[in-house]
Ligand binder design. Structure first.
Ligand code: UT7
Length: 316
């Protein structure tokens, strides 16, 4: 009997319908479409309506992921929502998702590690499955960042968008289709560079340059740790799904690893930075368009507030 491990069995995503373009932002703050595109790669982002919550996006993404995995809500043992913008402090957003889906057997909790939240939730779920505590876990990265932004602050409001991405992680007995390894970490001594002191009571604040420098140094480092530990070289990885924060971060990481940029999928131009949702949204787009082939090696990499970072090596 092979060792028990986990695999991604289905994906789904949901984006608000309302589009906010760079041109429209020009009417709100002293910025330009040219500056935003050149410095970030973003053209437009999606913005949730006033009454549209993080849970609404999470539920829509979760329903698609369940369908894609050919499972019913009854099969789900845990629901983990990675978010720093929950509907409320209590109840947690995962319980709201459970109620909507009728996932009656699920244990539900939220996990906050900002833009690394999806990676940390994936590692948590992987550990539950490998320990025999669960067979199927719904992991959702869902954010409603627009409601935390100061729309007079051009250094932050141009960057972020709302959305949700979900995966179903299921038990696997084959390392050919499995999450193979993780490299994760945190540095709380640098918590001041990206903050939101109280959801719905304050604004997101960011020292963009510090986060940028951290990302372009840390991400290649953890990718190399992960590949070396698994006797792979970076060229042998088919896809690098990085957190979508800034197109220049993707370019810089690719350059530092001496890799072609076409190994680094991106949807920044359409959605901006959706924090914990960015990686599962992108994964869903690629999975849905059949770009991911069985056995391909994939690395997911998240980084952000905390500071936090995490990478996962997958055999698809
Ligand atoms: O999700 C994880 C966390 N977030 C990130 O990973 C974000 C990482 N950081 C970034 O993406 C970039 O630092 C930003 C996009 C936020 C900013 O880009 P930058 O190239 O680092 O710009 P900067 O802050 O160094 O500012 C350069 C200039 C400044 O003007 P002066 O002082 O040179 O005259 C800014 O005032 O650009 C100005 N500026 C803008 N101009 C037009 C800053 N924001 C804007 C803007 N429009 N929106």
């Amino acid at each position: 009997m092979n060792q028990i491990t986990s695999k991604i069995a289905g994906t789904g995503s949901a984006l608000p319908k309302t589009i906010l373009t760079n041109k429209e932002l020009e009417t709100l703050v002293d910025t330009s479409d040219a500056w935003i595109q050149e410095r970030t790669g973003i053209k437009e982002r999606r913005i949730a309506k006033n009454q549209e919550n993080t849970s609404d996006l999470a539920i829509a993404a979760a329903q698609k992921a369940l369908k894609n995995a050919n499972l019913s809500a009854n099969d789900i043992d845990f629901i983990i929502v990675a978010t720093f913008t929950p509907d409320s402090i209590m109840p947690n957003t995962a319980c709201l998702v459970q109620a909507a889906l009728h996932a009656d057997h699920a244990v539900c909790f939220d996990l906050n590690a900002a833009c690394s939240g999806f990676l940390f939730a994936l590692q948590t779920a992987h550990a539950y499955i490998c320990s025999g505590l669960a067979r199927h876990i719904l992991i959702i990265g869902s954010e409603n960042i627009s409601k935390t932004l100061n729309w007079n602050d051009r250094k932050t409001c141009i960057l972020f968008g709302d959305g949700a991405g979900a995966v179903v992680l299921s038990i696997s007995d084959s390392s050919k289709h499995a999450l193979l390894d993780f490299e994760t970490g945190s540095d709380g001594t640098r918590s001041n560079v990206l903050t939101l002191s109280g959801f719905q009571k304050s604004f997101l604040q960011m020292d963009g340059q510090e986060v940028f420098k951290f990302a372009v140094r840390k991400v290649p480092e953890i990718i190399l740790t992960l590949t070396q530990r698994n006797h792979l070289c970076p060229e042998e990885i088919d896809w690098y799904f990085l957190h979508q924060a800034n197109a220049r971060i993707l370019t810089s990481v690719a350059k530092r690893l001496s890799l072609p940029l076409d190994k680094f999928p991106s949807n920044l131009s359409s959605y901006g930075n959706t924090s914990a949702a960015s990686i599962p949204i992108l994964l869903d787009e690629y999975h849905n368009s059949h770009k991911l082939l069985p056995g391909q090696k994939i690395i997911l990499s998240g980084f952000g507030g905390g500071l936090t970072w995490g990478s996962c090596l997958i055999s698809w």
